[in-house]
Design a protein around this ligand. Structure first.
Ligand SMILES: [Zn+2]
Length: 198
């Protein structure tokens, strides 16, 4: 099936995924999030062994150094959220160049939707693109930067992986669903469209 700007003839709306209103799906996402946080934090502790969050000048802890790192974590998180949604948007456009995007932020989350209809595999690529791109970016920064910057960068990596729990959930749900369908993602919810039986 091909991704397309308008719904092909003979397709009808069936079910979908709505993480806002479906409490059971929301609970599953929260559990995925907790597991991801637990695993990434444990991994960070194993990897960081001798990486201090705060530098020590021989006599005292360098408070300015700690503040700089906290600022990087906060500003980095804000920049991350914006770039995460922009990457979803970029991939929405790659698969259907003429689609219209809608971006937004509520106090709970940021979102990016499109008015086009996507096939399953392109949609999985759109969903996982940000988490994969940033996994590599933060991994490289962790490997290249001085070791006392391990934790600020790694905090952003935890934020990246935990924040993508909704994307992981949607991907798992799509890949385990054997039906052929097109998806419409308005940013809040995803609707499935299947070919009507004659
Ligand atoms: Zn996302």
């Amino acid at each position: 099936m091909k991704s397309t700007l308008s719904l092909p003839e003979g397709f009808v709306k069936t079910d979908g995924i709505n993480l806002e209103s479906n409490k059971k799906q929301l609970l599953v996402v929260a559990i995925i999030q907790l597991v991801v946080i637990a695993l990434t934090v444990a991994m960070g502790v194993l990897l960081s062994k001798s990486s201090p969050m705060v530098q020590y000048d021989g006599e005292s802890l360098l408070v300015g150094d700690l503040i700089a790192k906290i600022v990087v974590i906060i500003l980095g998180s804000v920049a991350y959220v914006i770039c995460h949604e922009l990457i979803h948007g970029l991939f929405f456009k790659i698969f259907v160049p003429k689609c219209k995007l809608n971006f937004g932020v509520s106090f709970k989350y940021a979102y990016c939707g499109s008015n086009a209809y996507y096939a399953k595999i392109p949609y999985v690529v759109i969903g996982l693109a940000p988490v994969v791109v940033f996994f590599v970016v933060f991994l490289l920064l962790n490997l290249l930067l001085l070791k006392d910057w391990f934790w600020p960068i790694y905090c952003l990596q935890i934020f990246n992986l935990a924040g993508a729990s909704g994307d992981f959930f949607v991907t798992a749900k799509l890949l385990s669903d054997k039906r052929e369908f097109l998806l419409l993602d308005n940013g809040f919810s995803i609707a499935f469209f299947v070919k009507k039986e004659r």
